[in-house]
Design a binder for this molecule. Structure first.
Ligand code: G3I
Length: 321
């Protein structure tokens, strides 16, 4: 492959990565890849509640703004992630107490302050992230407990704050979890019936080389049939999901990963153009992958760039679609 061709230029839809502002400002190889290979970015952590709203009266937009500046300087789209989640919630929110009205005011203030701050600078928001369990029930969280209709309200409040942003519901593991998928489709129908704006579905696509092709195809088809924009919002393909300490990333594993990336990209390319919001990788290189840190799994290689930030063979396979 040639070093002067970049994956972002190979597709008619945006190719993104989640990024970390510390690496962006301290690691040149990382910054070069983020700049040349991708045309969309998502903040890996810094627009989440815990980081952006650390105290009830305090919003900290500094790192998010840094990413916005990077996006602007380098002509990248910025995708907003995420307004409401059960995870990475600041302590003061977890300790919050009040009646329904007080909870609604608190969440509305969060959503609208953040969405207004980034109005015109992000193309879309993951408004609500991971609200359902695998069995399709609403995930127990401070949000579902204290504001039973929080999903619909969050979309409504986000829309009021930034009427031009595309609003996404984002979740993982739809493949092989039919009840979760059904809950998401029912949510879309419910919001549409109530005329509450939802514009897109984020399929995180944290998958592994054993994910079943037919399951992946089915959830993509079901999602696409809603007519909403589709974002593969957090793509990575794990090769060592069981965290085997003796794992070797051998030819067979490389081939399996390449086949799976092909399947995912081909399925995405089959989505009608007007519904293609883009494919975003979760992290830039293998060494930054959340799978290594979060699961303490050093032998994991789920992305397109190796530990030296060099292109892996799987990269060139996606270069000429
Ligand atoms: O910054 C603190 C540091 O001060 C502290 O000393 C250290 C000790 O634990 O933690 C650091 O925070 C970590 C944070 O990432 C920033 O690096 C958290 O522990 C760690 O849990 C957190 O992990 C993030 C994870 O979301 C939280 O659930 C990952 O980086 C991030 O990649 C991951 O992203 C999520 C998406 O938002 C939603 N979909 C799933 C995806 C993968 O889990």
């Amino acid at each position: 492959y040639s070093q002067d061709r970049y994956i972002k230029d190979q597709y008619t839809f945006p190719i993104g990565a989640s990024v970390n502002p510390r690496l962006l400002s301290t690691n040149e190889a990382y910054r070069n890849l983020a700049t040349s290979e991708f045309n969309s970015i998502t903040a890996e952590n810094h627009m989440k509640m815990m980081l952006i709203h650390p105290d009830s009266e305090l919003f900290d937009f500094s790192k998010g703004d840094e990413l916005i500046q990077f996006a602007r300087d380098n002509n990248k789209r910025m995708h907003g992630h995420t307004l409401v989640w059960h995870n990475q919630v600041p302590a003061w929110m977890l300790a919050f107490s009040g009646d329904l009205q007080a909870w609604e005011n608190m969440l509305k203030n969060h959503i609208q302050t953040v969405a207004k701050h980034y109005q015109g600078q992000v193309s879309g928001w993951d408004v609500v992230n991971e609200a359902f369990l695998d069995d399709g029930s609403l995930r127990p969280s401070i949000w579902s407990k204290n504001i039973p209709d929080y999903i619909a309200k969050s979309f409504q409040w986000a829309h009021e704050a930034d009427p031009n942003a595309l609003l996404f519901y984002n979740d993982y593991g739809q493949d092989g979890k039919p009840h979760k998928m059904e809950a998401i489709l029912n949510l879309v129908k419910d919001l549409q019936a109530r005329q509450i704006p939802i514009h897109g579905l984020g399929l995180q696509m944290h998958i592994n080389i054993s994910a079943k092709n037919e399951d992946i195809r089915r959830v993509i088809e079901q999602s696409t049939a809603t007519g909403l924009a589709i974002h593969f919002s957090e793509l990575d393909i794990a090769v060592n999901p069981k965290n085997d300490s003796t794992f070797v990333f051998n030819e067979a594993a490389k081939e399996a990963q390449m086949q799976k990336f092909n399947l995912v990209f081909n399925a995405y390319r089959a989505i009608p153009k007007q519904q293609q919001y883009g494919i975003t990788f979760w992290n830039v290189g293998d060494r930054d992958s959340w799978l290594r840190g979060y699961f303490k799994r050093p032998k994991e290689y789920p992305l397109l760039f190796d530990d030296q930030y060099h292109r892996k063979p799987v990269y060139s396979n996606l270069l000429y679609p």
